[in-house]
Design a protein around this ligand. Structure first.
Ligand SMILES: Nc1ncnc2c1ncn2[C@@H]1O[C@H](COP(=O)(O)OP(=O)(O)OP(=O)(O)O)[C@@H](O)[C@H]1O
Ligand SMILES: [Mg+2]
Length: 413
């Protein structure tokens, strides 16, 4: 049974994944989107753990959570999410007006809204009813985002849990998702330029670093992908959708055992095969997103025969020879990128998607490497970049990781 996408990672192709989780994936507007799926191969015990709480208990958890405003991050008290009535949600969305519809994912439909009380523009996500997994994700989302505060994480303004209704109210991200700008092109839409792509990667890495290193307890995101990176004014990126997030391993434990959940093409092979979730599972997904930004290719491309080609499987043989690198760049960039920056970005991506989780860098090293990269902006009028040839501590760290091409490219700084 294919581990949703990861079976094709070391090889080039695999069968088109069968849709086992019909409710979540069977919506027509999502036909071309990366598909989320749970892997039923993982141990019975961990499956049971994921399925045991009933929705009433979970909902009670959310309500209690909202009352407990003193949840702390780094020892500081944070404000709990606001609880909205369904009437307030109806007023905000004009009763879910069609022209307020923003998009639809596995959780349900998303609408733009205006909160009358504060005059704030928001995005409101309505959970498909009767979905137990959805209720679980709803609780995880509220609990993770209520305790988190970072410029690269989308803000949860509140939620509504009245009768059967489950809704999440977020800050509105005016430019939609990275997916919209990279893959779901509208006619006349300008492709993202190199500097913006690298800024988006660096911002997303900073959001992930906050979850991994700065939150207390640390959190594994588990759902990093282009559609979950939302863009605000100036393409400022924020991570969204924390429904699958899990508190990371504590003490001397190295992993958390869970039912395998995620999205085809983004899931680390080690996690898909064992159900053992680690911070390095997120690093792998980050590497896939970085590869998408560099190459313009999707995490999984389906041929006419509905066979899947995974981006990592496509990229790995090309990492072996730097003469391939310029051919890996997104043709829509039309050559407008710095050659050295391309090598460095590919080096970071190659490290992140390594097969062995312990060979992948820690997120703080990725952040430092990408901060360095973005501090040397590409200027098409001045192709010989005036970058000072200095090595940051993080790059030295990354160099120390054993792996493919990446070493050579960072050494050539
Ligand atoms: N806070 C927001 N501001 C603006 N648009 C949003 C916001 N949240 C979601 N959207 C829009 O709604 C669409 C659907 O989002 P949603 O998170 O439900 O699905 P998804 O990320 O595409 O899939 P998945 O359920 O697998 O995460 C997104 O593509 C995005 O364009
Ligand atoms: Mg999403």
């Amino acid at each position: 049974m294919g581990c949703f996408g990861c079976s094709g990672i070391s090889g080039e192709e695999s069968e088109y994944p069968r849709n086992k989780n019909k409710k979540r994936n069977d919506n027509s507007s999502n036909k071309n989107k990366p598909q989320r799926q749970a892997n039923s191969d993982s141990s019975k015990e961990s499956i049971k753990k994921e399925e045991s709480p009933n929705s009433e208990q979970l909902l009670l958890g959310v309500k209690n959570f909202a009352l407990n405003a003193e949840v702390s991050v780094d020892g500081k008290a944070t404000k709990a999410a606001h609880s909205f009535t369904f009437e307030q949600v109806i007023a905000a969305t004009g009763n879910f007006r069609l022209d307020y519809f923003l998009g639809e994912g596995g959780f349900g439909k998303v609408y733009k809204g205006l909160l009358e009380e504060t005059n704030q523009v928001v995005a409101i996500k309505q959970l498909d009813q009767d979905s137990l997994q959805g209720t679980r994700e709803f609780v995880a989302e509220v609990s993770t985002l209520s305790t988190a505060e970072h410029p690269n994480l989308v803000k949860l303004i509140g939620f509504c849990a009245e009768d059967e209704q489950r809704l999440l109210v977020y800050e509105y991200m005016s430019l939609g998702s990275l997916e919209n700008h990279l893959h779901d092109f509208k006619p006349n839409q300008k492709p993202l330029d190199w500097n913006t792509r690298m800024e988006i990667a660096a911002g997303a890495a900073r959001g992930l670093e906050y979850l991994h290193v700065k939150m207390n307890p640390p959190v594994i995101y588990r759902d990093l992908k282009c559609s979950n990176i939302l863009l605000g004014e100036g393409y400022h990126p924020k991570l969204s959708d924390f429904g699958l997030a899990r508190v990371g391993p504590s003490g001397d434990k190295t992993h958390v055992s869970t039912r395998v959940m995620g999205t085809y093409g983004y899931c680390a092979p080690d996690y898909a095969m064992t159900g053992q979730l680690t911070f390095k599972s997120d690093i792998y997904s980050f590497g896939v997103v970085l590869l998408e930004l560099i190459t313009g290719r999707k995490a999984v491309e389906y041929s006419k025969e509905r066979r899947a080609e995974y981006l990592v499987g496509w990229a790995r043989p090309r990492f072996k020879d730097r003469r391939n690198f310029s051919q890996m760049a997104d043709p829509l960039l039309q050559g407008q990128y710095p050659m050295k920056g391309l090598y460095q970005a590919l080096a970071v991506a190659a490290m992140c998607v390594q097969e062995q989780p312990n060979m992948r860098p820690a997120i703080s090293d990725v952040v430092n490497a990408l901060n360095y990269l973005t501090s040397h902006k590409y200027d098409p009028n001045n192709c010989v970049q005036s970058s000072r040839r200095r090595k940051t501590a993080s790059l030295v760290n990354i160099n120390q990781a054993k792996g493919a091409v990446a070493d050579r490219d960072f050494k050539s700084f």
